[in-house]
Write a protein that binds this ligand. Structure first.
Ligand code: NAD
Length: 248
């Protein structure tokens, strides 16, 4: 039997990249999927890929940093699907620059999407998950949240915060059989990393013991594990998916 048969999953930032791969992977294991993205039109491609797996899919235009929009989306999802079993907080952005050049707006925007967005979605699904006494939350953090990076102090702080949020939620909701874990990807080939100069990409490749950049599917496989019953005794953990770049 498929691992997620009969489960309902929400994936944020699902229009492309890692979020798209996660949504398709969870669907391929039997879950019905609620796709959320600020760019609703972009969701058409992911929705088509999921429909091809035979699973149910619905698309929601939602900016994860807008509390009212998040609550409205979660209410609609619970209404349409009847329950929520899995939440994957994947939506994330970068606004890279050195600390001394970073505007307050660059700081706020990245923290709002990457950290506050996960808080808002987690809070909104907590009630239905508590009622059903089951749930799995997976947050897409980054190795940068573990080790820091020059030019990314806003992003690093947001992902370190996301890891701390994960650990706290895990402790708070464990008694209701709700698990919360994080994945910390390294360098994954997506539109987000396409922006980096060839020089930086070359340097990063040299630092990856497995000798290749990661693919969105590499992250999706680990998210599937953490969302599934195979990880039923795993909570509050951070799993790095980085080709061996960071070991801890
Ligand atoms: N690509 C990497 O190397 C890498 C490494 C570590 C962590 N990550 C994390 O993985 C996640 C996905 O990254 P990606 O590389 O696929 O990025 P991406 O830019 O390709 O996709 C991000 C998606 O999030 C959506 N999004 C952005 N802001 C949003 C908002 N306010 N509300 C709802 N949706 C929003 C975008 O529209 C897009 O579809 C991010 O959290 C990122 O920080 C990526």
């Amino acid at each position: 039997m498929a691992q997620l048969e009969g489960r309902i999953a929400i994936v944020t930032g699902a229009a492309r990249g890692i979020g798209q791969a996660i949504a398709v992977k969870l669907a391929s294991e039997g879950a019905d999927i609620a796709l959320c993205d600020v760019e609703k039109d972009w969701l058409t491609e992911t929705a088509g890929l999921i429909a091809a797996t035979g699973r149910r899919v619905e698309c929601f235009a939602v900016d994860v940093s807008n509390g009212a929009a998040v609550q409205a989306a979660v209410d609609q999802i619970a209404g349409k699907f009847g329950k929520i079993d899995i939440l994957v907080n994947n939506a994330g952005i970068t606004r890279d620059t050195l600390l001394i050049r970073m505007s307050e707006e660059d700081w706020d925007k990245v923290l709002q999407v990457n950290l506050k967005g996960a808080f808002l979605f987690t809070k909104a699904v907590a009630r239905p998950m508590m009622k059903q006494r089951a749930g799995a939350i997976v947050n897409v953090a980054s190795i940068i949240g573990l080790i820091g990076n020059a030019g990314q102090c806003n992003y690093a702080a947001s992902k370190a915060g996301l890891i701390a949020l994960t650990k706290s939620v895990a402790k708070e909701l464990a008694a209701r059989n709700i698990r919360a874990n994080a994945v910390a990807p390294g360098f994954i080939k997506t539109k987000m990393t396409e922006k980096l100069t060839e020089d930086i990409q070359k340097k990063m490749l040299e630092a990856i013991p497995l000798g290749r950049f990661g693919l969105p599917e590499d992250v999706a496989n680990v998210v599937l594990f953490l969302a599934s019953d195979a990880a039923s005794y795993v909570t509050g953990q951070v799993l790095t998916v980085c080709g061996g770049m960071v070991t801890a």
